[in-house]
Write a protein that binds this ligand. Structure first.
Ligand code: TRP
Length: 325
């Protein structure tokens, strides 16, 4: 039986944090053996909300790919960069004729992003970025796309575009299914969404000392002021990190926090140590790749070559179906 194909992509955000890990990367690593995989860096997508991101994309791409490899993404899989495969731009153009602006304006994720950007002026490329995403996905005729909830509307748009293309021209594309990441998002140290701009993150690559420094800044239960005060683990940010990275002690920690036997400082120290342990193999691998950059570049170049072959074949199908191009 041939394996179904999965396409996984992220914007190039540089070194990844624990939120990226729990929300996506961990899931990619887990799924990779069940599917034929393509992993890619969505670098053009970074420009849709900030055109100047172009200047930092290259370095951020490399750092992110090193994190993927260090977290266990198998380098035998194609790992590539969107902007190196120019066919994505062509397919995006073709798809842009098959969807209305009204449909794109109805996208809840876009609305949320525009609200966050605090602007009245919608960039044309931002409105259309799900169309580019559809091109990313359908270029490889992916059957499955692992995404967080915020990206699910884009996979729906992708399915609609596949149908519309097939109806208008000829049957070329499968309709991919969404695979939601199973872990609900890991909040940041202050309880907001973990993100670089919120300064509430821990990097996968942080050394143990830095992890401890950062965990110490976490906001715990505000009612637990003194060590002996009874705490409420369910509203404590540190407890969420224990749940994820220290599951074997979780019941004990809950009891000791609630009874007042465990103070926040000791609890945080323990948590930081467990996170540091969890990522020890990661740091070792990262060390290796940092000193073998040629290998990283080879992996990416091989991925670009493989992706380019698939993209050429798909575009040949597209041209044939359209009887042009
Ligand atoms: N839009 C995605 C994000 O912002 C990144 C992305 C672009 C993507 N193309 C994709 C994800 C294709 C999965 C498949 O996170």
């Amino acid at each position: 039986m041939t394996k179904k194909r999965i396409l996984s992509g992220m914007r190039p955000s540089g070194k990844l944090h624990l939120g990226n890990y729990a929300g996506a990367l961990e899931n990619w690593v887990e799924l990779q053996n069940k599917f034929e995989n393509f992993f890619f860096v969505a670098d053009w997508h970074a420009l849709t909300t900030n055109p100047s991101a172009a200047f930092t994309v290259k370095e951020n791409t490399i750092q992110m790919v090193i994190d993927w490899l260090s977290a266990g993404i198998n380098p035998e899989n194609p790992i590539f960069i969107q902007s190196e495969i120019k066919q994505h731009a062509e397919l995006h153009l073709i798809f842009s004729m098959l969807i209305t602006t009204a449909r794109l304006e109805r996208n809840p994720t876009l609305k949320e992003q525009v609200r966050d950007l605090n602007t009245e002026n919608m960039i044309y490329g931002h409105l259309g970025y799900p169309v580019l995403q559809a091109a990313d996905i359908l270029m490889y005729k992916a059957n499955v796309v692992p995404v967080g909830e915020d990206q699910a509307p884009h996979v729906e748009i992708t399915r609609e575009l596949a149908r519309k293309f097939n109806q208008t021209y000829a049957e070329v594309f499968p309709e991919p299914e969404t695979r939601l990441t199973k872990f609900s998002r890991l909040p940041g140290l202050d309880g907001r969404k973990m993100g670089k701009s919120n300064n509430n993150f821990i990097l996968l690559s942080d050394p143990p000392k830095e992890i401890e420094k950062r965990v110490m800044t976490a906001i715990t239960d505000p009612a637990k002021i003194r060590r002996n005060d009874p705490g409420h683990p369910d509203i404590c940010n540190v407890f969420h990190f224990h749940e994820k990275f220290n599951p074997s002690e979780i019941e004990q920690i809950r009891r000791d926090c609630e009874s007042g036997a465990l103070g926040c400082v000791a609890c945080k120290r323990n948590c930081a140590a467990k996170i540091a342990d969890f990522f020890e193999p990661f740091r070792e691998k990262r060390n290796y790749y940092e000193t073998h950059m040629d290998e990283v570049n080879d992996i990416i170049n091989t991925g670009i070559k493989k992706a380019g072959e698939v993209a050429s074949a798909t575009m040949a199908d597209v041209h044939k179906a359209m009887r042009m191009g």
